[in-house]
Design a binder for this molecule. Structure first.
Ligand SMILES: [Fe+2]
Length: 395
């Protein structure tokens, strides 16, 4: 489960979903198992409302309530959790972390090695091509793990990635804007928000310092042709040149550059950690994240029985394939590179080194605060502890 509070529980496969504002009824809904999750829930952050389990309102699409008995409510939660998990994997994780991170890395690798953006961003590109090639070969290949464990399969996942790309906005990748747009700036006990804002602030301070060193005036940003080619390539390939996303196609001032680079570093490090690191913790209890369901949703409340619930749950094979995958990707293997570690120290000169030293001290203070908070929580939220946040999308 994504540790973030979901912005919406609308299924992305249906016309009422904000991801597909104009599409007809979902063409991916099969008439035989496995059945994709297509519940219909209101878009109310932190205030879930009773769902119905079909996109077609009517007598065969009852709205389930907690008082309908344990099996009906359990089935309703099963379908909603499955829909959220599908959206999480295809859009939040695969698209918004891995594929976006790849476009950032590719554009950065085209910069000259002496360019300050190359020096600043190189640690945040580490192993991203490698892990994405593995994902394409092992997960997204025909008959691969996605086909085995997710009801929407490879074809549906790629369709969701395409729709998610069309619906992506620059603001949802920038933490302060995202929290404001989702209306979650003041809800209690939202640890993602608290930790993400602090890490965003630390990254922003580092980037401001580096930008001030290399770009004394706004005109220095606007006239850096290599920088403009870099942001133009990201605009072209990350969001396919779609101006509605709000992504910049050029950067004309130092604040614009600071925000854009902060977004990239945050997305490649903390944001990926938030959506990746807790997956096994929340998915090991399989009904919490059913990738595929074997029976259609009940058409009447009386159909909701223990037998239907057990028959709906994923098969042992699908469950095993999914949990094996999530257990691997939820833990960083090999040589961990926490945010700020930068073992190669690409920058030369005392001023960048002072900025990096300040960045590391600030991250250490954030880590200390998070660990103190978690020590008092029945369910800790460790995923944005900077000591556990990797610098790049590497798993
Ligand atoms: Fe990942």
């Amino acid at each position: 489960m994504c540790p973030r509070v979901p912005t919406s529980l609308w299924c992305p496969l249906v016309p009422t979903c904000p991801l597909v504002p104009t599409s007809p009824w979902c063409p991916l809904v099969p008439t035989s198992p496995p059945y994709p999750h297509i519940p219909l829930c209101p878009r109310v952050p932190a205030d879930p409302r009773p769902p119905q389990l079909s996109q077609r309102p009517g007598p065969e699409a009852p709205i389930f309530l907690p008082g309908d008995g344990p099996w009906g409510w359990a089935l309703a939660k099963l379908w909603v959790r499955g829909a959220h998990f599908t959206l999480h994997e295809a859009v939040t994780h695969l698209l918004q972390s891995h594929f976006l991170g790849e476009t950032f890395a590719l554009a950065t690798h085209r910069l000259p090695a002496c360019h300050p953006l190359y020096q600043l961003l190189l640690p945040h590109c580490r192993f991203t091509f490698h892990i994405n090639i593995l994902a394409r070969e092992m997960l997204l290949s025909p008959g691969g793990i996605i086909d085995q464990a997710m009801a929407v399969g490879r074809e549906g996942t790629l369709e969701l990635v395409a729709r998610g790309t069309a619906a992506l906005t620059y603001r949802e990748l920038c933490v302060p804007d995202d929290l404001e747009d989702r209306g979650v700036t003041d809800i209690p006990n939202y640890y993602y928000r608290d930790d993400a804002l602090e890490i965003w602030g630390a990254i922003e301070s580092l980037v401001e310092g580096i930008v001030a060193l290399y770009y004394p005036e706004d005109s220095d940003v606007a006239e850096d042709h290599e920088l403009q080619d870099w942001v133009g390539e990201i605009f072209t390939y990350a969001v396919l040149g779609n101006e509605k996303t709000g992504f910049p196609s050029k950067l004309c001032s130092r604040p614009e550059l600071v925000k854009f680079v902060t977004m990239i570093i945050f997305c490649c490090s903390a944001r990926h950690a938030a959506v990746n690191s807790g997956q096994y913790d929340y998915a090991a209890w399989m009904p919490n994240t059913p990738g595929t369901l074997r029976r259609p949703p009940p058409r009447r409340k009386e159909e909701a029985t223990a037998e239907l619930l057990l028959g709906t749950l994923p098969s042992p094979d699908a469950t095993g394939a999914l949990l094996a995958l999530l257990s691997v990707v939820s833990y960083e293997g090999g040589e961990p590179r926490p945010l700020g570690s930068r073992p190669q120290e690409p920058f030369s000169g005392a001023a960048p080194r002072r900025l990096l030293g300040s960045f590391r001290r600030r991250l250490a203070a954030i880590s200390h605060r998070i660990r103190q908070r978690n020590a008092g929580l029945a369910l800790p939220y460790p995923y944005l502890d900077p000591a556990c946040v990797q610098e790049s999308v590497a798993i």
